[in-house]
Design a protein around this ligand. Structure first.
Ligand SMILES: NC(=O)c1ccc[n+]([C@@H]2O[C@H](COP(=O)([O-])OP(=O)(O)OC[C@H]3O[C@@H](n4cnc5c(N)ncnc54)[C@H](O)[C@@H]3O)[C@@H](O)[C@H]2O)c1
Length: 308
């Protein structure tokens, strides 16, 4: 039988701080396919995440079909806004949530992985993080600082992760990130430069696939996911309406799940996808194919998708 088998591979999933987002779902799918999974967690969220795990509050979501529980091999602090510890300002390094954590930068995590597991510890790297401090503001009202932070944390971080982690990967290693359709179409309400960040992330996916493919033999892809009410998305303030809209107007009307994204990611990083790199893969129940809403006001009588 053809199956997704990640046995003997190690994954790093950056951007897991609870059990409600795509990072957690991807980690679970990768582990279910046999991979060992380490996660990178944003320092301000790390303490709560560890406490919830310790107290068993995530046991229901950690459960696999056979009843066993998802275990993370290691949980590392990671602030993807910083490439090196020296680049973090003193007030961050001295902040109480950061100062006992050692080197929480991207380069710091690369060094820690090598010291924990050897020179080529990774096969799979997942970038499942984003932050735009002004996401609720329209682009026209976004400050330069807010825009640059959105692009820095949500897009440049991927460039930095490929630069720092590709040398640690075995040949045939694979990167995947998460993007959103606001990169290519206007999604009112997804502001603050986050649409710009996703456009950069998708363009960079193509260039990184070429450069890191030639240099290290690794693959780089991104998944354009439909709307999902994770913690980050809920902060945008319009996520429930976006989920409902996508479900009403997509070819497939069952709501998309985080597991759909997790399973697609497991395929993309597996040997079954050895020929796929530089792509944006939609996991959105087909919403991206639509050019018109199916609201009864606009759909002709007899339209198969007409919503009353
Ligand atoms: N939820 C959606 O509707 C949706 C749709 C398409 C794409 N995405 C993308 O999926 C990815 C995961 O988001 P999610 O919606 O699953 O939410 P999430 O809250 O599970 O994940 C976002 C993570 O980013 C982390 N983070 C924020 N700033 C960071 C930093 N500086 N360093 C390290 N980590 C940082 C947060 O702690 C959080 O764990 C993001 O790239 C997001 O843009 C989400």
């Amino acid at each position: 039988m053809l199956k997704i088998d990640l046995t003997g591979r190690r994954a790093l999933v950056a951007g897991v701080a609870d059990d409600g987002g795509f990072g957690f779902a991807i980690a679970k799918s990768l582990a279910e396919a046999g991979a060992k999974v380490c996660v990178g967690t944003w320092p301000p969220a790390l303490g709560i995440f560890q406490t919830l795990l310790r107290r068993g509050k995530m046991d229901a979501s950690r459960k696999f079909a056979d009843g066993s529980l998802l275990e993370f091999e290691k949980i590392y602090p990671l602030d993807a806004a910083f490439d090196t510890l020296e680049s973090a300002p003193a007030e961050v390094r001295e902040n109480k949530r950061y100062k006992e954590l050692g080197d929480f930068s991207i380069a710091g995590l690369a060094a820690q992985l090598k010291s924990d597991f050897g020179e080529q510890p990774l096969d799979i790297v997942v970038h499942s993080l984003a932050n735009g401090p002004e996401v609720k503001k329209p682009l026209l009202e976004t400050s330069r600082a807010g825009y640059l932070e959105a692009v820095g944390v949500s897009a440049y971080s991927m460039v930095s992760m490929v630069a720092n982690f590709a040398p640690l990967m075995k040949k045939d290693g694979s990167f995947v990130s998460l993007t959103y359709m606001a990169s290519e179409r206007v999604i009112p309400g997804y502001g603050g430069g986050m649409s710009s960040a996703k456009a950069a992330l998708e363009s960079d996916t193509r260039v990184l696939a070429y450069e890191a493919g030639r240099k290290y033999g690794v693959r780089v892809n991104t998944i354009s996911a439909g709307p999902w009410a994770s913690r980050a998305a809920s902060a945008i303030g319009i996520i429930d309406a976006m989920v409902e809209y996508a479900s009403n107007n997509s070819p497939l009307t069952d709501a998309m799940t985080a597991e759909d994204v997790g399973n697609a990611a497991a395929f993309l990083v597996s040997p079954l996808a050895a020929g796929i790199t530089g792509t944006t893969m939609y996991v959105d129940k087909g919403y991206h194919t639509m050019g018109k809403a199916t609201d009864a006001r606009y759909a002709p009588p007899g339209d198969p998708g007409r919503n009353a």
